[in-house]
Design a protein around this ligand. Sequence first.
Ligand SMILES: NC(=O)c1ccc[n+]([C@@H]2O[C@H](COP(=O)([O-])OP(=O)(O)OC[C@H]3O[C@@H](n4cnc5c(N)ncnc54)[C@H](OP(=O)(O)O)[C@@H]3O)[C@@H](O)[C@H]2O)c1
Length: 235
Amino acid sequence: MTASTDQYTWLITGCSRGIGLGLTKKLLEDPANFVIATCRNPEKATALEALKDGANGTLHIVKLDVDDLDGIRQSVNEVAQILGGRGLDYLVNNAAVNQKIDTAFSMDVEGWGAVFKTNVVAPALLGQVYLPLIEKSNKKTIVNVSSSLGAFGYGYGELWASYAITKTGLNMLRAERPDLMVVCLCPGWVKTDLGTDDAPLDLEESVSAIAKVLTSLKPEDNGRLVNYKHEMVPW
Ligand SMILES: NC(=O)c1ccc[n+]([C@@H]2O[C@H](COP(=O)([O-])OP(=O)(O)OC[C@H]3O[C@@H](n4cnc5c(N)ncnc54)[C@H](OP(=O)(O)O)[C@@H]3O)[C@@H](O)[C@H]2O)c1
């Protein structure tokens, strides 16, 4: 099934669990959403597969390991076929890894390149290779899921240095393109494997708020870092 003209089309990375899975579930409550949910192991993504039952929107699952740069490039043809001539309204760069609690003086500098690849290089390449499909859409929106840890204004980043630096880098993936909408979004501190059970926000609360923010972006949000409450995060 391809997207109908009255549906918004989404591609989300890292949908096997956490915020990617939760956001996919939330969007599928609405028949207006056509979601291409990507993950690196669809055969093991049982929770994602299960969303097909009872979905009001449309779900396609596509295999995508964002560390595989050639795989990212090759995925465009498959996605274009699924879209069936439609553009891509929302590219949500959600997949990310957090090395561990570390500081500038203790971080594993050898392993850090891999974190940078997943958290910054992959979203950058996805934005580049999906640009023609995004340009063809109505919403023309790229969402880089970031973190306030990457913003100086919050001052927490030094405790998760290797992760925070990648999010600071991600925040700079902006474009002087008023015809596009490129936003960095902080989902809040959310109970997921990455956020841990100590997080104050439930997944459902975060993804409901995220869905609302993303579907109500205004031209002035272009280039901003906003949080799940649609507030600007101080850089
Ligand atoms: N949770 C929070 O409190 C919080 C706060 C601020 C920002 N964020 C951001 O929110 C986003 C989602 O985080 P989360 O809390 O949902 O994390 P999570 O529970 O750890 O889930 C991470 C997701 O990313 C996927 N992923 C990791 N590496 C991948 C790769 N190479 N290719 C494809 N998928 C990959 C994982 O897939 P596998 O199952 O295959 O590993 C998983 O689906 C991230 O960008 C994170 O930085 C989260």
